[in-house]
Design a protein around this ligand. Structure first.
Ligand SMILES: [Zn+2]
Ligand SMILES: [Zn+2]
Length: 349
């Protein structure tokens, strides 16, 4: 089969790989949709091996990209409980492999494995940008019948990550949330927070992305290059600041504004990967009783809960995808995604 590989310095190649066969406890999926996630850009842009080192993973052999896999089970290995996987089942993948037995792995958080995450699919293990993908049966999450494979792909990282952050903040319907960055994760957060009943203030430096945020349920949009974002958020919230704020931009400036624009006793959450932030600790945090939360993706349980919420509320997650590509178009697909002006892309197989 052919699989997309990031070779570094904004180069992608379609390379040949052997079709996978499942070992004990494993399954093979036929991939139907494989999403493009913002964090892919780190690996796409960096010099060979650099981004992996920065994220704390040992640079390994070349792997098939894509960590938003969604498809159908086509082969089941030995010792797989039929309740975990059966041929023909429509599934998403919780895209990590840990030891499978430690306290974090056994509660569905294999990315937090005490032995260190063994594989992150699409980064240190073969991911979804190919016809077939092998993974442990205990990392599968059933895709509700009402959802398309594209929606399942989005939930498998970007949209699920937005859900995980909103749950970490216990966002409630009567609250106002300010969401910094309206890329795929931020826009998903806008869509989900709005569906939860919250009032959403969406921020981005791109007018196109702000227009999309409006269409996805944002009540107010703010371009921080045009106004003082913190003052604007306070003005929209009776001078108090938002109940919850979320940074999905990874910008140091937005992170500072994210903390400063949350109200006293409020919760600020960081979900964008990489980079640094600086804060004036006393006025920005201590003297206002601010809770600062770091949120990394979600558990298998959270992924299932997110999918069921989306199915039950009829949320149109497929609208996140602005481009649909074949594997052969990988080069064009990542060039466009790299420009950060478009929405989210997905490979359909
Ligand atoms: Zn573990
Ligand atoms: Zn991702």
């Amino acid at each position: 089969m052919k699989g997309i590989v990031f070779t570094g310095n904004r180069q992608v190649e379609l390379r040949n790989f052997e079709d996978p066969t499942p070992g004990p406890g494993e399954v093979v999926l036929e991939i139907k949709a494989s999403g493009m996630c913002g964090s892919d850009l780190k690996f796409y842009r960096s010099a060979p091996g650099e981004a992996m080192k920065a994220l704390g993973f040992a640079p390994g052999t070349e792997v098939i990209a894509g960590h938003e896999p969604c498809g159908v089970v086509v082969a089941v290995g030995a010792n797989v409980n039929p309740k975990q996987a059966r041929i023909g089942q429509r599934v998403m993948v919780h895209h990590y492999r840990g030891c499978g037995a430690c306290p974090h792995c056994s509660t569905g958080w294999q990315q937090l494995c005490v032995e260190g995450v063994a594989e992150v699919y699409g980064v240190t293990g073969h991911g979804g940008h190919a016809r077939y993908m092998k993974c442990p049966a205990n990392t599968l999450v059933t895709l509700p019948d009402a959802l398309t494979f594209e929606t399942g792909a989005a939930i498998s990282c970007g949209t699920g990550t937005a859900w995980g952050a909103l749950k970490r903040m216990d966002l409630a319907g009567e609250q106002t949330i300010a969401i910094f960055g309206q890329g795929p994760v931020g826009l998903s957060a806008t869509q989900l927070a709005s569906a939860l009943g919250a009032r959403v203030i969406a921020l981005d430096v791109s007018p196109q992305r702000l227009a999309r945020a409006k269409a996805f349920g944002a009540d107010v949009v703010i371009n921080p290059t045009e106004v003082d974002a913190v003052a604007a958020i306070r003005e929209l919230t009776h001078g108090l600041g938002a109940h919850a704020t979320l940074d999905a931009s990874s910008s140091a400036e937005a992170r500072r504004q994210c903390v400063q624009s949350v109200r006293t006793w409020g919760k600020a959450c960081l979900v964008g990967e990489g980079g640094q932030m600086t804060m004036d600790v006393s006025p920005d945090m201590l003297r206002r009783q601010v809770t600062l939360i770091g949120s990394w993706t979600f558990s298998t349980v959270g992924q299932k809960e997110c999918a069921e919420f989306i199915a039950d509320r009829g949320i149109e997650v497929d609208r996140l995808f602005t481009e649909r590509w074949s594997l052969e178009q990988a080069d064009e697909a990542y060039q466009l995604f790299d420009s950060q002006t478009s929405g989210k892309g997905v490979f359909l197989l």
